[in-house]
Structures are given as C-alpha cells and as structure tokens.
Design a protein around this ligand. Structure first.
Ligand code: MN
Length: 292
C-alpha cells in the first residue's frame, strides 16, 4: 500500500526566527531535502513578511501550515476577560497570517497558553475556550482556514491531554472546520498506545506531528512508530505528516523555552531532515508486517 500524504517539516529544524532571510533559508532547505510542506510557528512572528514568504513558498512548490500556542497574558482558557480577549485577538491575527501565507491550517495549542499549569482548567475557563473558538472558527471558515486542536501533554496545557479530550472540545465548539491534531511525542506521554487514539478520532484527524520521545532523530528513541504508521495508513489518513524536532542548536526565543529545549540533540539540520523524511516515507509506504 502506498500512501501519498504530504510530508512536512517544522521550520525550527532550520531557523530560529521568521525574518525574511531565515524564511528564505527554511524554504530552500525544505525543498532541497524533499519535503512537501513547511510549518511555521507564529510564536515569535513579528518579523514575518507574509507576502514575500507566500511568493517564495509558491515558487518552491511548497504547502504551508501554521502553529502556535497562546501566552499567559493572552489565554482563552483564563477567567479574566482581558486575558481571554488578548488570547482571542492572537487567534484572529494568526488566522489572518495563515491565510496571508497561502495556508489552510492553523493548529497547535489554540486553547491555552504553552505552560505548565498548577491547577486544572476551570469550568468558566473551558466555557471561554468554547465561545472564543466558535467565533474564531467562523472567521477561519470565511478565509478557508481549518483550525487544528493539537493534543499536548500535561506539562504544556491543562485543557486537553488525550485524543478523547480533544474530540469532546471539538464537539462543544461544533464547527466543521475544527480538526484533531495528534503528535507522537505527546501521545507517548499521555495515551495507552499509538493505535486506539487514531481509531477513536478517525476521519476527524486533520494533522499529524511525528517526533521522537526526546524530540531528536527519528528511530533513535523508544516510540513504536511501526504501530503509529500502520494505524495511520489503516484508518486511511491522507493528510499531512509533519516532522517536528528541536535542539538547542537552533533556538527560537520564547518557543524553545516554552518547549523546554535545553539539550543539543543534533547540530546538522540537513542530515536530520534527510533521515527523518526517509524514515516517514518508508513507514507510510510499507507499514510493519505488510508486504510492499
Ligand atoms: Mn507537535
């Protein structure tokens, strides 16, 4: 069975910011290493020239996706209306940036700040998330943008840690353009295995991140990628599969700290990306235990 999922890569494998020069570098490297899609974090994107980036992406024949988390002072899961409003504003602006880049997916922790919370999300906070995401999903639909709810681990959010939680939040938002985004790194911490969550999400799966348990080279950790990819193929998932890896070799101020990227897991992004693409393509083409 041959899958034809677009294979993507996170820009932080290449560069630590979104200045025009860094965006050009990321696009060139992504193309050279054979990927189909480039994901930009909008965490620190003030320098991003969307018109220029869009033109360069189109010229390189690359698709684009955007991701982000919110911030402690701009958090739609909060109960302070001013903090919620700033979070909603970040989301609205991020939808516009995604559209301006020519993208059709904004994903990530769109429901809370990227931080370790010291309490469970409150009922009022969750109601704020639902109200804001309904509004943002409406605007996103007008711009042909889909919102992804990335399932993140307990140290990065208190809103949803499992695929099951994400489905319930998406049900409450009730918009057709909200999809579930699963990530092997987070699944490894929170889920029972790498099969049941995919089957529960089914055709509501809209985006996938592939990362090792230590977020370094694929295949050098202990994640059961045979089960992960065999299930993806088996449920007929046809969407993007994006490689995510972080090292202290490339630092994005803000995001790298929020993700606790303290270790130097690799230094050569090109070698990392080349090996990762072959690993993903190989697993998508020939799932474990199946011929050809
Ligand atoms: Mn991820």
């Amino acid at each position: 069975m041959t899958a034809t999922n677009p294979i993507g890569i996170h820009a932080l494998v290449w560069v630590g910011d979104t200045s025009p020069a860094s965006v050009s570098t990321a696009i060139a490297r992504t193309r050279e290493t054979g990927y189909d899609l480039l994901e930009f974090s909008l965490h620190d994107s003030v320098a991003l020239d969307t018109a220029r980036a869009r033109a360069e992406l189109a010229a390189a024949g690359l698709a684009v996706a955007c991701s982000r988390g919110l911030a402690p002072d701009a958090d739609v899961s909060a109960t302070d209306p001013a903090v919620v409003a700033r979070g909603a504003d970040l989301l609205h602006r991020s939808v516009q940036v995604t559209h301006d880049l020519g993208g059709q997916l904004l994903t990530g922790a769109l429901y809370s700040a990227f931080r370790k919370y010291d309490h469970p999300v409150s009922a009022a906070g969750r109601a704020n998330i639902v109200a804001v995401l309904r509004e943002v999903a409406l605007e996103a639909a007008r711009l042909d943008v889909v919102l992804g709810l990335e399932v993140c681990n307990r140290y990065e959010t208190n809103v949803l840690n499992t695929a099951h939680d994400a489905l319930r939040l998406a049900d409450d938002v009730g918009a057709d353009n909200v999809v579930i985004h699963l990530d092997s790194y987070h699944m490894n911490i929170e889920e029972d295995d790498f099969e049941r969550p995919f089957r529960e999400v089914g055709d509501r799966l809209g985006y996938v991140h592939v990362g090792e348990n230590h977020r370094g080279h694929l295949g050098t950790g202990h994640i059961d990628f045979d089960q992960f990819f065999a299930t993806l193929v088996d449920i007929g998932y046809a969407g993007p599969v994006t490689f995510e890896s972080f090292s202290s070799a490339v630092v994005m101020p803000g995001l790298s700290s929020d993700l606790a990227v303290w270790r130097d897991l690799w230094t050569d992004g090109t070698e990392l990306a080349t090996r990762a693409r072959a690993f993903i393509a190989g697993h998508l083409t020939t799932p474990s235990g199946q011929p050809g």
